[in-house]
Design a protein around this ligand. Sequence first.
Ligand SMILES: Nc1ncnc2c1ncn2[C@@H]1O[C@H](COP(=O)(O)OP(=O)(O)OP(=O)(O)O)[C@@H](O)[C@H]1O
Ligand SMILES: [Mg+2]
Length: 249
Amino acid sequence: MDIIKTKDLNLFYGENHALKNINLDIKKNSVTALIGPSGCGKSTFLRTINRMNDLIDNVKITGNIFCEGKDVYTEYDVIDLRKKIGMVFQKPNPFPMSIYDNIAYGPRIHGIKDKRTLDEIVEKSLKGAVLWEEVKDRLKKSAMGLSGGQQQRLCIARTLAVEPEVILMDEPTSALDPISTLKIEELMDVLKKKYTVIIVTHNMQQAGRIADETAFFLVGEIVESGKTEDLFYKPRDKRTEDYITGRFG
Ligand SMILES: Nc1ncnc2c1ncn2[C@@H]1O[C@H](COP(=O)(O)OP(=O)(O)OP(=O)(O)O)[C@@H](O)[C@H]1O
Ligand SMILES: [Mg+2]
């Protein structure tokens, strides 16, 4: 089943036509990688899915994005939408507060006040992001004291705490060392059993390791999308082949 569907999606930053006729459907409980050279619209597309572009001036969007059959731009309240579709950024961005409060932040905004319930959410989310064992004895300590890789897993746990359906990740491992990267990659396999993950990555090996589906972006268009192994080993388009074999980009 497709949880996200896009239909003839176009996005303009002023005169700059940054997304051109995107028609990409995302399967539920899968990991989809978005690849392509710098400046070709991957982050723009990702942000369009949970309306993070709403905050940017001069953006015009045509076409549709549907999440579970409902139009993201006309049939959702943006707060509800971002609860359903969470986001993890390239640079870990923990809030300057305790580990516990970072995770409890979202649920509190959504009205959960009971301490026992919050305790449970914090533990479950940290376990879900495979961070619990490392931090369970220092939950009241500042999140800023965690390593970069731990901070990124904390940000994933923070996203999990509001029980999203879809998690958007924009180059979540590009600021991390190889061991932390491996931990996040392993986490993907666990996460997709419950969630749908869409991840931007510049690392082809990473896309090959973690993604079920891959979409190749080039100057605002999707050149090709489909099963990751097909895209890597039997690309239909010469431009895809050139990109994945490192001939450009
Ligand atoms: N906030 C913005 N305002 C105006 N133009 C923007 C904005 N963000 C991105 N763009 C433009 O939109 C195009 C696509 O940018 P985008 O950031 O989506 O690319 P990307 O594929 O994520 O690149 P990278 O791999 O370098 O992160 C570029 O031409 C970029 O300059
Ligand atoms: Mg980007």
